[in-house]
Design a protein around this ligand. Structure first.
Ligand SMILES: Cc1cc2nc3c(=O)[nH]c(=O)nc-3n(C[C@H](O)[C@H](O)[C@H](O)COP(=O)(O)OP(=O)(O)OC[C@H]3O[C@@H](n4cnc5c(N)ncnc54)[C@H](O)[C@@H]3O)c2cc1C
Length: 393
């Protein structure tokens, strides 16, 4: 592609005007900071790296729910605060930057609730959304399977029609939080595969625990248990727990990915490490290159502006799939290079068991980092999305 269409496509992607946050959101930011300061000072929260995957703390989630900081994009009739995507952005970026334990509610608040709002029945919305907004019900994502990650259309978990619902058999993998979650939205095949690989897929809500669902832990490099292999052994899902239309799972799941990929968690997983390194540098009087630090902050700030612009698009009800892919690709690379930069700047050995914050966080960051560019769609897949969009512009 060359000439005007290339220019038009490029403009499309780069048309991420900096978003000015209204004054009331800066007030909200101050409130969240004060709350987090209190949580950390009182010892209720200890900052860690990558807490949106690893920090499972239902009591903390409930405290956020009490303040109206969950379900911020949901209508009030379902227990949300209807504050919008930008307000949610402010709250989530403060939580992530502080290394607060947000994993329990993260998936439900970010995408399962949104999927219920978009495709759920009235009964499903009423059953789940108010409890998600109170931090009482947590969800897992059942997309990936042992032979199906990037090529999601090839899922093999099978739903067979039975009286009053579907009987499902198959295996999901890398299912974050399934061992604690109250429900999982699983993508299953409910019709035999045809030439149209995207047809015949359905999303179902599987409530957990269930005696026919075996949840086996898969350990991270650190030994932590965060994700799982989940085996459905003829699990019964009633019709009332089918999400959206049977057979329409592909378009539903791909619209969900826009929410999954667009947030500040794709930039800020390792930011608590930088905060801790800056404290250590200041206290130890270590000399660091201002240019190196400046480069890091410039990248962070540019990415943050791009992520904020994606939140602005969500607020306007637009689908930010392509710009979210760009931000996630660049943002997850930044999360990794932040670790390299810290290792260059401070003479500290990573030590996962250390009682000191910096060596511990360095080890957490190094050992969690292989997942950054994989989870939620690999960077190669994201670049494929961008390339296709350029090609069709
Ligand atoms: C920390 C973490 C948490 C996760 N949590 C969940 C979860 O809660 N629920 C869930 O369903 N899944 C989850 N996943 C799974 C994640 O979505 C998959 O790992 C990811 O989609 C990649 O799939 P895969 O692992 O099967 O790799 P594969 O698809 O086998 O890919 C292997 C390699 O080949 C490359 N590749 C594949 N296809 C192409 C292509 N067409 N073009 C170019 N390169 C290609 C990939 O980029 C990758 O480098 C999680 C993963 C991680 C790391």
């Amino acid at each position: 592609m060359s000439g005007p269409s290339a220019v038009r496509a490029a403009k499309n992607f780069l048309d991420l005007d900096p978003v000015e946050l209204p004054a009331e959101l800066e007030e909200l930011r101050r409130e969240v900071r004060a709350f987090l300061h209190d949580e950390i000072e009182s010892g209720r929260v200890t900052p860690h790296v990558d807490q949106w995957l690893a920090g499972w703390d239902p009591a903390f989630s409930r405290r956020l729910g009490e303040r109206g900081w969950l379900g911020m994009t949901y209508p009030r009739q379902y227990g949300g605060s209807d504050a919008g995507a930008l307000a949610r952005f402010v709250v989530t970026e403060e939580l992530l930057a502080a290394g607060a334990p947000v994993a329990a509610h993260w998936i439900a608040d970010r995408q399962s609730g949104q999927a219920l709002l978009n495709f759920g029945t009235e009964e499903q919305r009423e059953a789940f959304l108010p409890r998600i907004a109170r931090g009482e019900v947590f969800f897992a994502i059942g997309m990936s399977e042992p032979d199906t990650g990037s090529d999601l259309a090839s899922v093999r978990t099978r739903g067979t029609r039975v009286d009053g619902g579907w009987q499902i058999r198959g295996t999901k993998i890398w299912t974050s939080g399934a061992h604690h979650a109250d429900a999982m939205i699983a993508l299953i095949r409910t019709e035999a595969p045809t030439e149209n690989r995207h047809a015949g897929l359905t999303q179902v809500i599987v409530e957990l625990p269930d005696p026919t669902v075996e949840v086996r832990g898969v350990r991270l490099l650190t030994g932590e248990h965060h994700f799982n292999e989940v085996v459905f052994k003829d699990t019964f899902v009633p019709d009332a727990r089918v999400l959206g239309k049977p057979g329409a799972g592909w378009s539903q799941v791909t619209s969900e990915l826009g929410n999954e990929r667009s947030g500040p968690e794709r930039i800020l997983s390792t930011l608590p490490l930088l905060v801790e390194a800056m404290r250590w540098i200041a206290e130890s009087g270590t000399q660091v290159s201002p240019a190196r630090l400046g480069e890091l902050y410039a990248r962070l700030w540019a990415l943050r502006q791009m992520s904020l612009a994606v939140a602005g698009r969500l607020q306007l009800g637009e689908d930010p799939a392509v710009s979210a892919s760009i931000v996630k690709d660049l943002g997850t690379q930044f999360e990794g290079s932040l670790i390299d930069a810290v290792r260059e700047m401070v003479d500290v050995e990573p030590d996962y068991a250390s009682a000191h914050a910096l060596p511990r966080m360095l080890a957490e960051a190094v050992l969690h980092s292989p997942g950054f560019t994989l989870r939620g769609g690999t960077n190669e897949i994201l670049r494929g999305i961008v390339t296709k969009a350029v090609g069709s512009a």
